[in-house]
Design a protein around this ligand. Structure first.
Ligand code: ADP
Ligand code: MG
Ligand code: ZN
Length: 481
């Protein structure tokens, strides 16, 4: 029996504000345990929250960039539950009146087509602290540094139909938040977290099936694998005539299975009620317009512009605009030397490879480029003007990465200039012909395939520096004479 997958994602994004959402404590990741705390975020009696305006601005940015309606009036609520990392015994969150409603994110599916995923809402809330279970023998510890860090919860409609679409959606959402510079998108450090709601149904059915919420996935790959596992598990259960229960399951990345954690709580279990310590959140149209004017060029627009203005394939435009800093790097290189496609190949290939190898892409903004953009441009210029061959360029590039020298310097110092003069090329060709009399005879009696052998040998004789076209011409002439 085949089923249709129905998936909705809830993403928690930690905002890059300097301070927490309801107090002045630093919200920076990585401080010694419990250093970034005060009476407010430790929930000492009588301490009162004060809203961080910048956090709201970031929420508005996210809403506008995802085509939501930003509400002029929204409200804070208490979501009550007991957990050691939640000192107040409740989380301040938005509930029935969130900041942003009804947006959308467009993704590209595996088949290559565009697809629109609707957003239900984006609301603001505070993060919890962190329980640490394995650091201190049998006991658990709690670190309140994260307590009160501002979060956006971005909730999609159940429009996603496969694990791959879920991955595409998450990557796109992360790209948008990174362009807006409101979230660093680091899944390993937990500043971009995803819960996946997964159900299946018979093709053509209009009602939703029983959903399972999966937690504990800290990479895109894990999200995709967890969803794939869960879809199979549910299909098998239904095939066997079992009933699915609504529950929360944890992804176990080592065993690659989901395990039941608890039966799903529902909203009324949390006893939501309006937060009495905070006024309703009023956002004026003027403020919304001001934030809108300050938005950067967003990924979709930039990708379209790259494809159009630089005559790049859609694929290139997509890869180059996935990160804002990479797109900036690329445009800077093209400003120095106008060969957009060649530069795109170098950026997508060698530059991004080194960035990945060195894990530089964990940072929101890469400052430490393996090669500065103007030098990459200068190197491509050397290729285009015939000074060096494409093959030599590979070693020049590696030299630039390793030594920090300019391409011109490297080419001069190592004598890598391409040989276009006929004299030395003819000498190399004659040398190879003289050294291989039998092969020459075979070639002349019709074994055309040997031509490649001669090219290789002659190229070697010039240390790879011969102009390939010239070499081909001269070799063919000599061999047939
Ligand atoms: P909850 O109150 O359990 O969090 P919501 O109705 O708020 O549930 O939905 C949370 C997320 O689950 C949303 O992303 C939504 O699209 C998704 N969702 C809701 N029902 C289903 C379903 N039957 N199958 C898959 N996803 C679902
Ligand atoms: Mg939920
Ligand atoms: Zn504090």
């Amino acid at each position: 029996m085949s089923y249709e997958a129905v998936i909705g994602l809830e993403v928690h994004a930690e905002l890059l504000t300097q301070s927490k959402v309801f107090c002045g404590c630093s919200s920076k990741f990585g401080a010694p345990p419990n250093q970034n705390t005060c009476p407010v975020c430790l929930a000492l009696p009588g301490a009162l929250p004060v809203l961080n305006r910048r956090a709201v601005e970031f929420g508005i940015r996210a809403g506008l960039a995802t085509h939501c309606t930003v509400a002029n009036y929204s409200r804070w609520a208490r979501k009550n539950y007991f957990y050691p990392d939640l000192p107040k015994g409740y989380q301040i969150s938005q509930y029935e009146l969130p900041l942003c409603l009804a947006g959308r994110i467009d993704i590209v599916t595996e088949a290559g087509g565009p697809k629109r995923i609707r957003l239900t809402r984006i609301h603001m809330e505070e993060d919890t602290g962190k329980n640490i279970h394995d650091a201190h023998g049998d006991s658990s510890l709690v670190d309140f540094n994260r307590c009160g860090v501002p979060l956006l919860e971005i909730v999609s409609e159940p429009d996603i139909r496969s694990a791959a679409e879920a991955g595409a959606y998450l990557r796109k959402l992360r790209t948008i938040l990174q362009y807006l510079e409101i979230c660093d998108g680091n899944m390993e450090e937990g500043s971009f977290r995803c819960d996946a709601n997964v159900s299946i149904r018979r093709p053509g059915a209009t009602e939703l099936g029983t959903k399972v919420e999966i937690k504990n996935m800290n990479s895109f790959r894990n999200v995709e694998r967890a969803i794939e596992f869960e879809l199979k598990r549910q299909a098998q259960a239904l095939d066997e005539g079992a009933r699915l229960v609504q529950e929360t399951r944890l992804w176990d990345p080592d065993r690659e299975v989901t395990r039941s954690m608890r039966s799903k709580e529902s909203a009324h279990d949390y006893r939501y009620f309006p937060e009495p310590d905070l006024l309703p959140l009023l956002v004026s149209d003027e403020w919304i317009e001001e934030v809108r004017r300050g938005l950067p060029e967003l990924p979709d627009a930039r990708r379209a512009r790259f494809a159009r203005d630089y005559a790049l394939p859609e694929y290139d435009a997509d890869v180059l605009t996935m990160r804002k800093d990479v797109a900036d790097y690329y445009e800077e290189a093209v400003r120095h030397h106008k060969n957009p496609k060649a530069l795109s190949n170098w950026v997508m290939g060698d530059i991004l490879r080194i960035i990945r190898e060195r894990k530089l892409d964990n940072a929101l903004v890469i400052h430490d480029w393996p090669v500065p953009p103007e030098r990459l441009a200068a190197m491509v210029e050397l290729i285009d003007s015939g000074e060096i061959s494409g093959k030599i360029a590979k070693s020049v590039f590696e030299e630039m990465v390793n030594t920090g020298k300019t391409p011109v310097q490297i080419v001069d110092e190592q004598g890598l200039k391409q040989i276009s003069d006929e004299g030395p090329i003819i000498a190399a060709v004659e040398q190879v012909i003289a050294a291989n009399p039998e092969k020459v005879a075979e070639y002349r009696s019709g074994k055309d395939k040997l031509f490649g052998f001669f090219v290789g040998q002659a190229m070697k004789a010039t240390q790879g520096k011969a102009n390939p076209q010239k070499l081909n011409e001269l070799l063919r002439a000599k061999l047939s004479s």
